[in-house]
Design a protein around this ligand. Structure first.
Ligand SMILES: [Zn+2]
Ligand SMILES: [Zn+2]
Length: 271
């Protein structure tokens, strides 16, 4: 009944453990997950998860924090975005959180990479999975300039302000909340969550990072997404079941997926 809209099962610390992770998902009633790509080099591993298991889907993109990796062209992304079970372009966006000795002006390569992803998403008619950290204004400005609203998508692991959330919603994007929503010091983010209509919310783990309370600081898994649902339910004053139901429908709508018919693992293998 729950969907993890953003996880990194291709990362070595999770990939070696997929069978156990899937068993934990079943026990936690986490039906589906979207496996997120962060480099072209890892795409085939991400894609194989989605073609092997009928409740996993994949994206294609190069994360803004990744340097020293293959730089994607529009064609690289469009070709992969058009493969079966690839439902979005990303994760892509801007991250000014770890500038180090650099200035925002030095990050033009990141902005150019983001533009390439938006052009690919438009060419492939697939929504965008947007990562933005300490860069809300530039992220929104580039999305507007490149007409990213024509395909829409999701601002994932949202940690920006209510104003950025409103502007993203106005552009037609969804807002995805992670385990950060359950952290004791995240009252500002809970205020943002209260202001975003549930019909425009997704939930995610961003595993292996950002485990929700009570697992904070440990390795995160898709099976922990009910704890994110609970944090969102508490912030909004609704039941976790309602959060699960509506965010699952939102996931289907955003990524153009058919209504999910749960099957047993035996049935799944037999398909
Ligand atoms: Zn991210
Ligand atoms: Zn991510």
């Amino acid at each position: 009944m729950y969907v993890d809209s953003h996880c990194h099962l291709s990362f070595p610390e999770l990939h070696a453990d997929v069978a156990r992770i899937r068993a934990a998902m079943r026990a936690a009633r986490v039906d589906r997950a979207l496996c997120i790509c962060t480099t072209l080099e890892e795409f085939e591993t991400v894609h194989a998860l989605a073609t092997t298991y009928d409740n996993f889907w994949a994206t294609v993109g190069v994360h803004p924090d990744n340097e020293g990796v293959a730089e994607p062209t529009v064609d690289d992304l469009v070709e992969r975005a058009s493969r079966e079970r690839v439902v979005a372009v990303g994760e892509t966006g801007l991250d000014y959180y770890r500038l180090g000795t650099r200035s925002v002006a030095d990050m033009s390569w990141q902005r150019e990479r983001f533009r390439v992803h938006i052009r690919a998403a438009l060419a492939a008619s697939k929504p965008l999975v947007v990562h933005t950290r300490s860069a809300g204004e530039d992220t929104l400005a580039i999305l507007r300039e490149e007409q990213g609203g024509r395909v829409g998508g999701v601002f994932h692991c949202f940690t920006e302000t209510r104003e950025v959330a409103k502007a993203a919603l106005d552009l037609g994007f969804y807002i995805s909340f992670s385990g950060i929503l359950s952290f004791r010091n995240a009252e500002d983010l809970r205020a943002v969550a209260r202001a975003v209509p549930l019909e425009r919310c997704l939930i995610e783990t961003d595993s292996p990072y950002l485990a929700p309370v009570p697992f904070r600081g440990k390795v995160n898994y898709p099976s922990y997404v009910p704890w994110v649902a609970q944090a969102l339910a508490q912030a909004k004053g609704v039941t976790p079941e309602e959060v699960a139901r509506v965010t699952s429908l939102n996931f289907e709508r955003l990524f153009a997926l058919p209504a999910w018919v749960p099957t047993t693992e035996e049935g799944r293998n037999a398909r």
